[in-house]
Ligand binder design. Structure first.
Ligand code: PMP
Length: 290
């Protein structure tokens, strides 16, 4: 399949979408990205993704030559050019071409490319039966290093954690912060249900401020479920009634085991199922038409 890629203002065939070997996005992971979904001809939470993208850019001193509106238009244009109704968008901005040193100020122009494609992150059976997690030895970097809130191209930390999970026969792994508290998973935020209440760690415990996480906050409020941001330990996960993960690619997925301990009854629980159904409803009925 030769997809059509948006690259620096032009729609080009995939085979012609090329980035320089001197681009600092490649040389140093110096850049940012977003993963965005579209359902039924509408881009889901497009403005929220663009806002987070611009905050990431600001945090890493990356001056963007596009407005948020221009980025939104470029996203919609890319999806239209690929003739898809449902799928996944990967939007990447690199620092651009520079010298062989770290100096970001030698990179004059950032590059942006946008891919629209299809995705299926986890097998369907995990949505029905739940997935199993291990705790990864690789920790989330401390906020004093690169903030986990920046969705940067520097994902090696998460890639190493993901490798640990896969080696252990799992598709996703739990990541702790430097203090040993629950931060998130390698590419997803984490939620627990206990005594009818929903819990998730605060962003300050080392997670990305997930757009899907935000949607869960709204769905809990609409369903009259109490949601609390609380520092959590592995013990809290072991002893929770339910656990689920959220992410743009993963959507909402139950987790039923951590480090060989069954979570709750070891099957997706009622609150998870309720929120999963509500999530499917909101994603299929709202968004920016393209
Ligand atoms: N945490 C990490 C580390 C992620 O990469 C992601 C996105 N895949 C998430 C959480 C979930 O964020 P969102 O809901 O915005 O996709």
């Amino acid at each position: 399949m030769d997809r059509t890629i948006w690259l620096d203002g032009k729609l080009v065939p995939e085979s012609e979408a090329k980035i320089s070997v001197f681009d600092h996005g490649l040389l140093y992971g110096d850049g940012i990205f977003e993963g965005i979904r579209f359902y039924n001809g509408r881009v889901f939470r497009l403005e929220e993704h663009t806002k987070r993208l611009f905050l990431s850019a600001k945090a890493i001193l990356l001056k963007l030559p596009w407005t948020e509106e221009e980025v939104n238009q470029a996203v919609c244009e890319t999806v239209r050019a690929n003739g898809l109704q449902d799928g996944y968008i990967r939007l990447v901005i690199t620092r651009g071409v520079g010298g062989l040193g770290l100096n970001p100020y030698l990179c004059e122009t950032p590059s942006m490319f946008i891919i629209a494609s299809t995705i299926s992150l986890y097998p369907q059976e995990h949505y029905e039966k739940g997935l199993e997690l291990i705790t990864c030895g690789t920790r989330r970097p401390a906020p004093g290093a690169l903030s986990p809130q920046v969705k940067s191209l520097n994902y090696l930390n998460n890639v190493m954690a993901k490798a640990e999970a896969i080696k252990a026969g799992c598709v996703e792994g739990l990541m702790l912060n430097e203090q040993g508290y629950v931060a998130e998973c390698t590419g997803d935020n984490i939620f627990l249900v206990k005594g009818g209440k929903v819990f998730t760690p605060p962003i300050s415990d080392g997670s990305l401020d997930g757009i899907t996480r935000q949607v869960i906050f709204e769905l809990c409020a609409a369903a009259g479920l109490t949601l609390e941001e609380k520092t959590l330990t592995r013990y809290d996960v072991f002893t929770a009634d339910e656990c689920f993960l959220t992410g743009t690619a993963a959507e909402v997925i139950p987790a039923t085991k951590l480090d060989e301990r069954e979570i709750g009854a070891g099957v997706p629980g009622p609150v998870t199922q309720q929120l999963l159904a509500a999530f499917i409803e909101v994603t299929r009925s709202t968004g920016t038409p393209f």
